[in-house]
Design a protein around this ligand. Sequence first.
Ligand SMILES: [Zn+2]
Length: 220
Amino acid sequence: MPEQADDCVLADYPLHDLIACHECDLLMRRADLVEEQKACCPRCGYELVVHRSNMVRRALALVLTALLLYVPANFLPIMELNLLGQTTQDTVWTGVVGLYQTGMGSVAVLVFLCSMLIPLVKLLCQLVVLLCIRYRKGREIGMQIYRLYHHLREWGMLEVYLMGILVSIVKLIDLADLHLGVGLACFIALLLSQVWLEVTMSSHQVWDELDSEGGAHASH
Ligand SMILES: [Zn+2]
């Protein structure tokens, strides 16, 4: 747990050694962590910093898994529907095209952005940032891309899309002959690997790695 010090002592530390709680704004000295240790705020209990061992290697494996799952998740059938003798296979992509063709262009664009384009851009951002750290190159670019990733975080809504799929499955199951497709399994696996990736890729560790690559820590 980080040490809490009184104001006059706290002011003597360089800025880099201080940390503010994201939730309750308590300012304290940054704890030196060893691998797999975490520091929580003594006031509200929020997880301040966590130090993952082999973070870059584990995160790279997860980001590559997610990128491999991205194509089947979006382009293989989520479900096969047999209604009155007519069989249709629905993928995420045909869902977007279907919305567009039925005159709901703006909804189609929103679904395309939140369930296809932004999750892909997020994964590519994470890949580039991890490669910058791994090969100790392009620190400035890595930082800009990681900032972009933080802006995009709120816009990728795979879990909302999954909820939509589950609701439609429940509604359709009595009306038609419904078979779940391999695309749905890939979609769920993609979602899980993304959640796992977010947990593994400790943002404090990433910022520290990007920041320290050029040499000494900047004390601004
Ligand atoms: Zn706190």
